[in-house]
Design a protein around this ligand. Sequence first.
Ligand code: DO4
Ligand code: MG
Length: 291
Amino acid sequence: MRIIRFLDGQQKWLAAVTDDEKAYRLPQADFMTLIYQAKEKEVTPVQLIESALIPLNKLTDDWTSLHLTTPVEAPEVWAAGVTYQRSREARNYEATDGKLDAETFYDKVYDAERPEIFFKSTAARTIGPNEAVTLRSDSTWQIPEPELGLVLAADGSIVGYIAGNDMSCRDIEGENPLYLPQAKIWRNSCSIGPAIRLAETVKNPYEFSIVCQIYRDEVVVVKSEASTSELNRKLDELVSFLARDNDLYDGTVLLTGTNIVPPNDFTLEPGDRIEISISDIGTLINPVISN
Ligand code: DO4
Ligand code: MG
């Protein structure tokens, strides 16, 4: 069972997508209301939804054709870094112009007890399906980072899984790690969606497959596939570091790091289209424009 949100005129609606891809409008105003109503009634979110699904609420046969928005109004988006070997190698490459000859802080953080966690976005800065991500005007080496996102309640519990794109400037980060916030945060540099897979319906979150395709003039110029089975951290471990001496807000999203990095000679261009598919969640599609 997945949760989406869509615009009908000016109004945003929540909807459930069943495993046979049928979408039903839900009465709850937003995702976290659904979670708390279920808690109050001492049922699971799926049980609450199933008790309320009536044919009258059935939406179009193709839910992806709805005007989808971010499925949750995430007050904050945080991101973990260097949680996969692939990311460690890519970071080392950009920090050393490919001339790596010593252990770097990326190597150290990969093995350290404390993971890298950084602030990525706010609700107002986070975009949803089909909205355009923008390129920074002062970078010439930009890539999407396709990542599994955790949707968190204020108590730190994982209530859902979502796809996310942690857009990144490899040249700015590679020049100096202190530039990380600028390499990560700018207008429309964070996208989440298209759906939240309810946590109770996920048997093993270390079995998600992630595929990233980048289209240029309708031709696939990058295609890469990875799995969360290669994650070097436990998801609970990432959440516990995020929550340490920190307040979490309902609907916070924690991106869990990238296991996909396009070839080193690749940079995004205006007009490209990024498609990030996570098994059992869906495909997050965003066109790319210049700033
Ligand atoms: O160390 C910088 C960021 C790494 C990151 O965003 C990732 O591994 O996904
Ligand atoms: Mg990342």
